[in-house]
Design a binder for this molecule. Structure first.
Ligand code: SF4
Ligand code: SF4
Length: 349
């Protein structure tokens, strides 16, 4: 297990953090209030390589959370979950199902009575070796949160790759056949929309009605809720924005649409994100920006592997070090507060 270094306790926000400045102007602070959800990034390997991916995931990535890290996380949960009230474990990646320990982890979490959420790209359900995954997820009552950035083929294939729309529809049919998204089955299936272009998401409720109408009429597909998520101006999407000379305009759009009412509900208030070697971050976006927990607003000056390896691990933290702690912020945080707000469970307002 890698040696860890002590991270600084967060000090005053750096002046270059426009989000912190905006909070200060409005007399707001951002601290963690509770820890309802533990989000585990099981690795960066994915069968897709989408244009907007903030993880920069893809088939050639080799970072995978090993079992010794998972077992330390489970032991930490056993020690602290009652104190903290953790009730949900949110599994993400990459494609979290590609972690060879995925099923064993799900079984362990369910044995502990925890609600498990799988962030599924749908197409993984059709890959060789994963044919029985749908039944496994259903039999363990795992909630599925599935990306589908549009109900139109052209838009989905443009963002996620050729043929992804049809594979996603086939995967949704299989999930429905297993009971997912059906009324009274208790098997929850939520879809995630993110804009294909450079705008903010439209109103969540109206778009959900459109999705239900389109997917139902054309393919007979049913699902529970649609979550709209803003594209974060980081990693692959940031590179795309910069290549096209749109980065500044996009940031201006997010900042102009900042809604102070959303600050109270951003997901980092009640969640922490854990990287593939066990390092802790205020959210998945901070993880991808190498801003480990307690790093203040200045990104840690290291590559992602060094940050992950040497940052404080979940099992080195006590509940008291997590609750009430100031969140590390930077300009990308406007992606969470712009317009109707955005979180890993959709719009905030
Ligand atoms: S499916 Fe998700 S994790 Fe995989 S490349 Fe696309 S956005 Fe990234
Ligand atoms: S990007 Fe992360 S740290 Fe910033 S407001 Fe959103 S959830 Fe919180």
């Amino acid at each position: 297990m890698a040696q860890t270094i002590s991270l600084p306790i967060a000090g005053p926000q750096a002046p270059c953090d426009p989000f912190a400045q905006r909070l200060a102007e409005d007399g707001q602070t951002l601290t963690r209030r509770s820890l309802d959800t533990l989000q585990l990034n099981l690795g960066k390997m994915c069968n897709l390589a989408c244009h907007h991916c903030h993880v920069e995931a893809g088939p050639s990535r080799t970072e995978i959370m090993p079992w010794d890290v998972i077992s330390r996380i489970l032991a930490w949960l056993d020690r602290h979950r009652q104190t903290l009230g953790v009730s949900v474990v949110d599994l993400t990646g990459g494609a979290p199902e590609m972690n060879p320990h995925f099923r064993r982890l799900v079984q362990e979490l369910r044995l502990r009575g925890l609600h498990v959420l799988d962030r599924c790209n749908l197409t993984i359900l059709l890959e060789p070796g994963y044919e029985d995954l749908c039944e496994f997820l259903a039999s363990h009552r795992v909630e599925i949160v599935a990306s589908l950035p549009c109900y139109l083929e052209q838009n989905v294939d443009q963002q996620r790759g050729r043929g992804v729309f049809h594979s996603s529809i086939e995967a949704l049919r299989r999930l429905n056949a297993a009971g997912y998204g059906r009324p009274d089955s208790g098997l929850r299936l939520d879809l995630v929309y993110n804009p294909v272009g450079f705008g903010l998401p439209p109103a969540q409720q109206a778009l959900e009605a459109d999705y239900k109408r389109q997917l139902g009429a054309r393919f007979g597909i049913v699902f529970n809720r649609l979550w709209t998520i803003t594209n974060m101006p980081i990693q692959r999407f940031e590179h795309q924005l910069r290549r096209q000379g749109r980065y500044e305009a996009y940031m201006q759009k997010l900042m102009a649409a900042h809604n102070p009412a959303n600050v109270d509900a951003v997901m980092c208030r009640s969640l922490v994100s854990v990287g593939w070697q066990g390092a802790v971050y205020d959210c998945d976006f901070n993880q991808m920006l190498q801003m480990p927990l307690g790093a203040g607003s200045a990104p840690f000056d290291a590559d992602e592997h060094t940050t992950e390896r040497y940052s404080k691990k979940l099992w080195e933290l006590t509940p008291a070090e997590l609750i009430g702690r100031r969140i590390s912020t930077a300009a990308h945080c406007f992606g969470c507060t712009a317009g109707a707000g955005s979180s890993c469970t959709g719009a905030l307002s």
